[in-house]
Design a protein around this ligand. Sequence first.
Ligand code: NOJ
Length: 811
Amino acid sequence: MSDHSQNSLPHNPYGHFTPEHREFVITRPDTPAPWVNYLWNERYQALISHVGGGFSFVQDPRDNRILRFRYNSLPWDQPGRYLYLHDGHEYWSLSWVPTQMLVYDHYEARHGLGYTTIATARRDLWSEVTYFVPREQALECWLVKLENRGREYKRVDLFAYAELCLGNALNDLINQPNDKHFSQVRFRRDWRALAATRNYWKNTRGVSVEQPNQDWPFLVYFATTLPQEPDGFDGGKDHFIGRWRSEANPAAVQRRRCFDSEITHGDPCVALQHGLELAPGAALTFAVLLGVADKTAADEQVPPLLQRYRQGGAVAAALAQVKAHWHKHLSVLQVETPDAAFNALINVWTRYQTAVTFDMARNAGYYHGGLLFGTGIRDQCQDLWGPLLAEPAAVRARLIEVASYQFADGSTLHNYFRLARTGERTGHSDTPLWLPFALMNYLKETGDFALLEESVPFYDHGEAVLRRHLTLALDYVISQLTARHLPRFGPGDWNDTLDYVGRGGAGETIWGAAFLCYLLREAGVLFDHLGDRETARHYRAVYEQVKASINELAWDGRWYVRGFKDNGEAFGSHRDREGQIFIEPQSWAVLSGVATGARAQQTLRSVREKLMTPFGPQIVSPAYRTVDPAIGLATRCVPGKKENGAVFNHAAAWYVCAELLHGETELGWQTYRDMMPINSSSRAGQDRYKTEPYVFAEYLTSPEHPTAGEASHSWLTGSAVWMLRIGTDVILGLQPTYQGLKLDPHLPAAWRRVRVRREFRGTIYEIEIEQGAKFEAPRRLLVNGEVCDDDVLPQRPGAVLHVHLQRRVAA
Ligand code: NOJ
């Protein structure tokens, strides 16, 4: 679909989107933070910054790290995947870092979908390195193009380097002097590759003195596709880097000769040296391969794989496959609206961001070290709503995985570690409810009700079909209600930092109550659809009970309180000096139908009046300045950041949704527009905003802190999936229901025409929505030229249906 509105995107001093928005081009390397991208498939997951920094892992960033990452390091984001060139006079890195003190003739990085290209030039040598993970193998490729644009013949040495972790990254961090006794790296002349492995693996716990009697079952290989044998290699970091040096001046690079070190103890690395010759005008293309094989089968697995990738064109073909994959992924939904930022996010970047959050949870990133959280069930059950558009089979499998962490009583682990199959049973009050939320969204999108009949084991004992998992989750939370019909706060709800409100067992959550109401109402719709009227009636009855309690007990006059502490005292009330109003209960009271009419109006007005800032609405105001041990972490956090009064995008998105569904389309859209990262970075100023302008960040600092407008924790945030689905399901109004796709847009009045291509259960809808004062009827829907009186579009799997909606709006 063509794009005519590129010019209306705000200027960014560090880069820009390409015309079709498929790449973000970074034009200068000194960005205010590392701007990253993800490269991954089911078997191998990696992160790379625009200057080559980053790490990788297999399945779990805590338990099975491949490339090492140094926390709290300066310069940021080191180490990484480094390629050095030595031309006989000087040496430099092809990704700017770690030789960034040098002057480069050219720098540009392109973050694309599943690949990153970094181009630099020095001393007439132009390079372009494209990093990607092929669709199938546990492998990363660095596709290198070198060109001699000078008039002289060049004989250069290329050094490809990466630092290894090999296994448990937490152990590596806290126990390295002992942990370094198990690694080995050696050069396999028969493979023309380095091979690294270790004899000991701890993958069962976080911090523990336990020493499992266990091998690391993997082997890492590092090779190039160049036809000649390397001129040198190193497996020991201390050898390659040398004494009292760093990646900026490795001894091997400086002396132009690797040490050919093989190690049986120490800090492992992989480094290969190749002498290359380039006549004036000549170019050379080859790849560096870093892969993971099964240790016991490495002799069978690695040589054929190397042979395959060493054939001409194989690496480029693998890159083409990655691009084709993302093209297909995105093609199921493409929109053309008058807003270029909206198009860029909905067509490309927020879709891609939700694919990342789906696979990385809130776990592996620059702001999430991957050592602590594992996969959060609450997060996962929201994030899967994004890739659901394109990859329902993967989402189905993930739902089954998540359900396998539910206990037979309907409660769940709060988070889990995929490899170890362990996690924590924290007792957060909302966590069990997100499984029904996710299942309902899956069913509405796919109509695949057979999933409900799939039998899935419980985490503790027994098994049941997913329909039972769903009701058990609801019933468990209902069984825990207090005598006042409100959910217990427990050690926290969605807001992880209200973690001491309910430890005594008596505290109650009003956001949790509204969220439960939303699900109970949805359960009524689902069970009616399934023909089980009795169950539907039951959940509706509980809905009415909880709704009545919220309205009787939690209405504070102009908004809803956030909850009740263990001692029965309300908080998030006008009576509080700090933390008077929280955004979450207001939004969900509207979304759940708990607040209607004047009360819904008032509660949203209070958000606008009390919480709105130039960067979006704060999560709470005024931020806490006094520690309240009966509330918890939020009150210990610096005011204006994180859950203590930042513009917390995830919660802000719910507010946007509530405004839109309440009929305040313009207000909802304005906040949505301001929250889009390319816009919020421009409003704050990119140097202040800091993080990537192409993906949502978890929060922006609010004016309650001197660094107002600064963003943090980019990429891994639930705001991505909510902003996506609010954009598609609410603003564009393509709303999946059990019956089919309902068309109910909430477009800003200034949008006169919108085009959408949406695949849904096999039918391809080519939709055009027109708005204006000129239309006679308030609403006219045509499908293939015929008037359609139903909101739900007809389905014709395999066919293209042309849908035309005309709406009369005020001039
Ligand atoms: C990030 C956590 O991953 C998410 O689960 C939580 O809901 C939000 N923080 C808010 O505390």
